[in-house]
Write a protein that binds this ligand. Structure first.
Ligand SMILES: O=C(O)C(=O)C[C@]1(C(=O)O)C=C[C@@H](O)C=C1
Length: 124
């Protein structure tokens, strides 16, 4: 197999694709079993995030209607402490959990700012 042989390796690697013949059947079966679980978990994550954003959307409206600032750094600090503890007890890297929460919250704050702008525009 060479780099000029498209379709036989993963992009950017020379490793054989697991779809290719030659991959041990038991390995392929185990990989497929694990990937089914990964797909289920990814679906759950997407659904949970969608629910979280439905809540934060309502928080955004409430904050905009009452002229509260989009970000609440004190609340974020408490969330980070709590999530890092949860992560540690779940044997997940706390630094990763913190980064993920910060990533999500940054998006929420962006939404809050949009809602606040729209609310100001509509109420004058
Ligand atoms: O709890 C709030 O005040 C929110 O706006 C929600 C949220 C979050 O996504 O958890 C987002 C922004 C704040 O800075 C803190 C927390």
């Amino acid at each position: 197999m060479t780099k000029s042989d498209p379709g036989t390796s993963q992009p950017g690697t020379d490793a054989p694709s697991t779809d290719q013949p030659g991959v041990d059947e038991a390995v392929r079966a185990e990989l497929n079993r694990l990937r089914e679980s990964i797909d289920n978990i990814d679906a759950a994550v997407v659904h949970m995030l969608a629910e979280r954003f439905k809540c934060t959307q309502q928080v955004g409206v409430l904050k905009a209607e009452h002229q509260l600032p989009p970000a609440d750094p004190a609340r974020e600090s408490r969330q980070i402490i709590r999530l890092r503890e949860l992560a540690a007890s779940a044997r997940l890297d706390p630094a990763f959990a913190e980064k993920l929460l910060n990533f999500i919250i940054a998006e929420v704050i962006r939404h809050h700012e949009t809602i606040a702008g729209e609310t100001r525009d509509s109420t004058g």
